[in-house]
Design a protein around this ligand. Sequence first.
Ligand SMILES: *Cc1c(COP(=O)(O)O)cnc(C)c1O
Length: 389
Amino acid sequence: MPARAPRRPLASATLALHGARGAHRAGDPVVEPLVQSVMHRQPVGTTEGLLYTRYGNTPTAERVQRRLALLEGAERALLLSSGMGATACALTALVGPGDHLLTSCYIYGGTHRLFFEELPAMGVTITTFDPFVPGALAAALRPETRAVFVESPVNPTTRVLDLAPIARLTRRRGITLVVDSTFASPINFRALEHGADVVIESATKFLNGHHDVLMGMVAGSAAYIERVLQKEMLWGQTPDPFAVWLLERGLKTLGIRVERANQNALAIARWAERQRAVRRVHYPGLRSHPDHRVARRTLDGFGGMLALELAGGARAATRALRRFEVITHATSLGGVESLVCEPRFTSHAKMTSRERARLGIPDGFLRFSIGVEAIDDLLADLAQAIGPA
Ligand SMILES: *Cc1c(COP(=O)(O)O)cnc(C)c1O
């Protein structure tokens, strides 16, 4: 028999839809079944085969976790009941009393609170560094640093980190590099391919993509994920099978959704650069973006996240938000519906106007999560909302 040619690995969009290649048997359902049962009949005389929803090992969860591991290029992935649950379990599996956690200063607000309000009580020391300042990481590392945490792309300025130099440094020192790449999704960026040891995503966002499921994911080595699983089991952070089944349905269209969001966001960014009402456009796909070259080199798509600074400041932002008819004023991101929010009333509400401006988020700053609507309808909605009265 002639040897079969080695088969090309499946592309991310196909993995998200099908998982690994498998034999097709007549009579199998095309849509995988939801197994909602919390407990399963146990074999006699052994601890093997003890399945329980909170242990993250029931059939629906196992199936989707395998698929996510393939998508991220990881040995193993674990689903948790929210992105925050994922971050909490991922980090407490890494750092303990006497350890130092070094975090980027540009991280999700909830993550920041978890690190600074919860971890110190567990004896963890936490400090921040600015990943865009050369040398800042090396200067901030300590002998007791166990983990470095970064987020990329960054909320809400869409800055993009070059992971390779960070990973070279952490690897040499035996420090675990953890990356929250919620904004990219594995269609646009797979952090493990760029040297990260652990990747976290809020599956609430692009992975599910329909604004109707709360979930999180951690992926990494099998040995590390086993430690995260122990935290998940003890803290009860495991998602319900029905939510996981809905996530699986969302994943089927991940490729096409993200591709459309990439196209729509790029078209909007290019349009917005020509508008007098817009002072500045933040989008990694534009040459004017500070990280455009890093983004071109490391991302497979520039993403659905975009920000506009309106020339008219806070008043123009309020006026636009009252006028949008297709784009929805709501927090969160990554779903099929385009959303807009104003960081001064959401993620950065605790800061003064001047503090925000220093971070590059002046009043008049609107953050968009671009969905899959027809581009002409999005452009028309933007034009009527931010244009002349
Ligand atoms: C939303 C978000 C989280 C938290 O996820 P939840 O699912 O809301 O718990 C963490 N990191 C980033 C970058 C996010 O956007």
